[in-house]
Design a protein around this ligand. Structure first.
Ligand code: 2M8
Length: 440
């Protein structure tokens, strides 16, 4: 495997998808700016264009709401059809939405502060990078404040997500039971572009889409204000979302030290969130982290890779670490003997489908997050092996959005930005690790 040429190809993908001050996840399928995509993209960019990496994040923050929410989509003026478009959301119904940017009305996996710190750590021009952190600190701070205060709807210290699109793992089987129970009162007219561009067997169903639209309409009806959260159709304490918020909060703490700003709130939020993740989302019985469905009051006991994301946190004990590492090791739930790691849901689960979106395929950002976790917990050998296998999959099949865990075939869109960006980071990490001789 030629790591140098793989990096060069990845850089070309990010150049191809560059538009004004940000990077589209994909030219046709996703022609706007997405929240967590931009976080991953900024990390990749920072290896070859520090200025552009910083601009990527600043551009996303232009869409931030006055209440601190960073929307899941900041719409661009570029050509290219995408639905739902900005008009669908009518975000102006909430006076906190920005005047000069069109955005969606929901947020997405909060990995941005973690990415901003990585951009700083990778950059060579530290003075400039420090100025960048100073410039964006109050934005990041108010985003965490929004999450930890406004989105802690139950008052238990956990952030609630209000739409499958907020999870970023849109049609994950974790949401099946909730979606199943939602009754559409009137037929929801849906317009789809995605399944005209990509074969529909690889995308969510029309039924899923009608419910996604329905939930979004309910949020819109509440003017994106949620005092009455028990009236909402989808309210979840999502393990992955809360874990990434905590990871980002740790990064925010570090950023505040770099720029010498001391904020007591960060420590308070941190303590509250770590305690809540460990006490509410950890199942002592199953030795696993599970999401919680606030509306039905039920634990969502499905096993997907998202349940393993807490591995990246510093709060786990030995039993918790071992149970997750065991799950993601070869020949177990997410890594078949002759296949490619890691499938997005357990290979053994009844919903597993190797081709369909977030219901089985390998996603590079998920592998990358697990690799961060393995490194945090000191499993450097396994982290290097997973990095190598991930790069091998990409070099064999291309910069696809997702991959078949058995054959490695790429699905969804090609030239997908976060696949390219994280390739650059994985190559760098592998090259600087002790395992270089083995894997280069
Ligand atoms: C996918 O989600 C969008 C809706 O937000 C879509 O299907 O149209 C997800 O994979 C999400 O995680 C990702 O951020 C987005 C853009 O890559 O695409």
């Amino acid at each position: 495997m030629q790591l140098k040429s793989l990096t060069q190809q990845a850089i070309q993908v990010l150049k191809l998808n560059h538009y004004k001050h940000f990077t589209k996840p994909s030219l046709k399928l996703y022609p706007h700016q997405w929240n967590w995509d931009s976080a991953f993209i900024a990390i990749g960019l920072s290896y070859f264009d520090e200025q552009r990496a910083q601009e990527e994040i600043i551009s996303l923050l232009k869409g931030q709401w006055a209440n601190g929410m960073i929307p899941h989509i900041v719409y661009s003026d570029s050509s290219g059809e995408y639905f739902p478009d900005a008009n669908f959301w009518e975000s102006e119904k909430n006076s906190d939405s920005p005047q000069y940017r069109l955005t969606s009305g929901i947020t997405q996996q909060p990995i941005l502060s973690f990415a901003a710190l990585r951009v700083y750590q990778i950059s060579k021009d530290k003075k400039k990078a420090e100025n960048f952190l100073e410039k964006i600190f109050s934005n990041l701070f108010s985003y965490h404040k929004f999450l930890l205060e406004e989105r802690d709807l139950t008052g238990e210290g956990l952030i609630c997500t209000l739409h499958p699109w907020e999870s970023g793992l849109d049609n994950s089987p974790r949401w099946d039971n909730i979606l199943e129970k939602i009754k559409l009162t009137s037929p929801t007219k849906i317009r789809r572009v995605d399944n005209k561009l990509i074969d529909k067997q690889y995308r969510p169903t029309d039924k899923d889409y009608s419910i996604y639209f329905h939930i979004a309409k309910v949020l819109k009806k509440h003017n994106y204000q949620y005092k009455d959260y028990l009236k909402l159709p989808f309210v979840v304490q999502d393990v992955m979302f809360n874990s990434l918020a905590l990871l980002s909060l740790e990064a925010l703490k570090e950023i505040s030290i770099i720029i010498q700003k001391d904020y007591e709130e960060i420590n308070n939020w941190h303590n509250k969130l770590s305690n809540a993740i460990n006490s509410i989302l950890w199942s002592e019985e199953h030795k696993q982290f599970y999401d919680f469905d606030v509306i039905s009051g039920e634990v969502i006991n499905k096993l997907t890779l998202a349940n393993c994301i807490p591995l990246a946190l510093n709060l786990l004990d030995k039993v918790q670490i071992e149970s997750i590492v065991n799950l993601i090791s070869k020949n177990n739930n997410f890594w078949s003997d002759n296949g490619f790691p890691l499938s997005s849901i357990s290979l053994a689960s009844p919903e597993f489908n190797p081709k369909n979106y977030w219901r089985g395929p390998v996603w590079i950002n998920m592998n990358w997050l697990i690799i961060q976790g393995l490194e945090t917990q000191g499993f450097n050998g396994l982290a290097a092996k997973l990095s190598y296998e991930t790069l091998h999959l990409i070099s064999k099949n291309g910069f696809y959005e997702y991959f078949d865990p058995f054959t490695g075939k790429g699905y969804g869109t090609n030239n997908f930005s976060w696949t390219a960006a994280l390739t650059i980071d994985l190559v760098k990490t592998i090259q600087t690790s002790d395992n270089i001789t083995h894997y280069s």
